[in-house]
Write a protein of this length. Structure first.
Length: 399
């Protein structure tokens, strides 16, 4: 990239990765990403974040365009995920006098990320300030945005807040500023996708983060991914969208989706009977029957996460539940699924391992699993379908 001024005395010195198409294994990044870092050039020099280890050389080149790395006094890590901290160990070799400033949680993680016992760490507390000369840093601890270690760093003199992943996006804008975004509609898609994947599980913490930002007087937000946001352009809109996305959603009736896969129609017939049983006890409930084959798993995961309770059915193939069902479970919001009522059913030919395997997985996620599930061998008889209705009814009576 290059060193780019984003506020008086503040430079963007991160790295661009326009070709990235998958981030952290599970996130699609159609528009690439950036690993943002920022350098405050003052009597004391502070680097906010580092970058992904794979981009170390380009990163150091950008830093060197502002100052010799040996002159850096502080390296502030708002968050320790390796796309933020991956370059730290090598960077410290170039910054012999630098202290690493981070939260208490981050200090524990960094020792294992760098595998160094001699890290020059300094733990900062919420509200603590640090003078760099003409600039002051104020640290705002913001846990679960999106790791326990997260914080914001605020510079009142430049009216800038370094928001870590908050307000970020996997959108590689080479000119780094929101005023330069060439495709605003694509940026907005990236902003929403990033929010859903990173902050969707933490709406209450998002609201707390917005409250913390509202107490600060700033015109520029510098996230760790995507363009820098400014007042009068994208910043106000991004804050409003975060407020809307994290707002408590009104509950309109009981939502109990029934997810299933079927090879020969047997599991589907059981699913239909379970649904009928649920509606016998709770006729007001919204009980959608959702076949997982060839579905958008993001949409299926969203339906599960928005439910009041859910049911999952799978045939047993190769002594296991089938891949689409496991894929659905990979989309579960593991934070908010705890104590969520759920039930499992399935059909099988030989051995029937799918149902106990799914029950075990959901129990490990601390969901409230109903009984031991329901299994039907091969084609369900009328008696077995009636048992499936009774299973659905008994489950719904616990809700």
């Amino acid at each position: 990239m290059f060193a780019l001024s984003v506020a008086p005395g503040v430079y963007s010195v991160g790295a661009l990765n326009p070709g990235l198409r998958v981030f952290d294994i599970v996130m699609r990044t159609e528009y690439g990403t950036s690993y943002n870092a920022y350098l405050i050039d003052d009597e004391k020099k502070a680097l906010i974040e580092t970058c992904h280890a794979s981009f170390f050389d380009a990163f150091v080149e950008d830093v060197s365009a502002v100052c010799d790395p040996e002159e850096i006094d502080y390296i502030v890590l708002n968050h320790t995920e390796p796309d933020h901290s991956g370059a730290l160990a090598r960077l410290l070799e170039l910054c012999p006098r630098a202290q690493v400033l981070c939260t208490q949680a981050a200090s524990l993680y960094l020792k294992h990320i760098t595998n160094r016992a001699d890290l020059p760490l300094r733990v900062v507390k919420d509200g603590e300030t640090l003078s760099l000369g003409a600039h002051t840093l104020q640290f705002v601890v913001a846990p679960f945005l999106h790791w326990p270690d997260s914080m914001f760093t605020y510079c009142p003199e430049s009216r800038t807040v370094f928001t870590c992943d908050f307000l970020g996006s996997h959108y590689c804008e080479p000119r780094m500023l929101d005023a330069c975004i060439t495709y605003p509609d694509k940026y907005e898609t990236a902003l929403k996708g990033y929010y859903d994947a990173i902050f969707g599980p933490f709406p209450a913490y998002v609201r707390k983060g917005l409250e913390k930002l509202a107490a600060l007087d700033f015109d520029t937000a510098c996230p760790s991914h995507g363009p820098v946001l400014t007042r009068g352009r994208q910043l106000d809109a991004a804050l409003e969208k975060y407020a809307a996305w994290s707002a408590p959603q009104p509950r309109e009736g009981l939502r109990v989706p029934v997810f299933y896969c079927t090879a020969y129609g047997n599991t589907r017939r059981v699913a239909e009977a379970v649904r009928e049983g649920i509606l016998l006890a709770r006729p007001e409930a919204a009980v959608d029957l959702l076949d997982l084959v060839d579905q958008d798993m993001n949409a299926m995961g969203a339906a599960l996460n928005a439910s009041d309770a859910f049911v999952i059915g799978s045939p047993t193939i190769n002594a296991d539940a089938v891949p689409p069902v496991w894929q659905l479970l990979s989309h579960i919001d593991a934070i908010n699924i705890k104590k969520r009522p759920c039930a499992v059913f399935g059909s099988y030919g030989w051995s029937g391992e799918a149902v106990p395997a799914l029950c075990e997985r959901l129990a490990r996620l601390k969901a409230n699993v109903f009984g031991e599930g329901l299994r039907v061998q091969f084609v369900p008889s009328e008696q077995e379908l009636e048992a499936a209705r009774a299973f659905g009814r008994a489950f719904s009576e616990t809700l």
